[in-house]
Design a protein around this ligand. Structure first.
Ligand code: HEC
Length: 173
């Protein structure tokens, strides 16, 4: 290759690298809710257990649909329950964060495009949807009532409204 072509090829690669590098990255910096600000340091319960497809048949277009890839993080308060066995009932203060990736390429590049969060705000002897609050986005405000989120998560009511626990990962991944 002529030196001028080499330079062109190099330019092209660096420009496309920049474009790919900028696409769809979520910003986890700045001022946000202390309950999940540092979720990246929590336990990634999906580590080496690729979470994709639509194993429950419920997601449809939600959570990036069938093509989506997901990583789920649980804070120390909720971890023992999540890794334990049924019946699940998370302690108050449990927080679960799900990073969503558009597809395998985005997952491999670790470029999530969406984030959803569940926070256990109240306790009861048996699972109750109103014990959870919801947020759709790292910078989003926590909502005590969100019928869209809790409605679908009611399919996991017996597991305290959380799908991704140890039994789920064993069964589906
Ligand atoms: C149509 C059904 C549906 C809706 C609506 C929905 N979810 Fe989910 N969610 C799921 C399923 C199914 C999973 C399990 C993993 C998967 O298949 O993506 C899940 C997983 C999660 C997880 C990881 C913990 C778990 O339960 O596995 C969080 C956090 C979460 N959702 C938050 C939310 C929030 C916040 C909303 C509302 C903005 C929401 N979800 C709306 C179906 C839904």
């Amino acid at each position: 290759m002529k030196p001028s072509n080499l330079i062109k090829a190099g330019l092209f690669l660096s420009i496309s690298g920049l474009v790919v590098g900028c696409a769809s990255a979520l910003d986890y910096s700045g001022n946000t809710d202390a309950r999940w600000a540092d979720f990246k340091s929590w336990t990634k319960i999906t580590q080496d257990r690729t979470s994709t497809g639509d194993p429950t048949g419920l997601v449809s277009g939600v959570h990036k649909g069938r093509d989506g890839y997901r990583d789920v993080y649980v804070n120390d308060i909720g971890l023992a329950t999540n890794q334990g066995t049924a019946p699940y009932n998370y302690p108050v203060g449990s927080v679960i964060v799900k990073e969503q990736f558009d597809d395998l390429a985005a997952f491999k590049a670790q470029k999530p495009t969406d984030l959803t969060i569940m926070v256990k705000i109240r306790d009861s002897a048996t699972p109750d949807a109103s014990n959870w609050a919801w947020a759709a986005g790292y910078d989003a405000k926590l909502e005590e009532v969100n019928a869209f989120c809790s409605g679908c998560h009611s399919a996991a009511a017996k597991d305290d409204f959380v799908f991704t626990n140890e039994d789920f990962l064993k069964k589906f991944h």
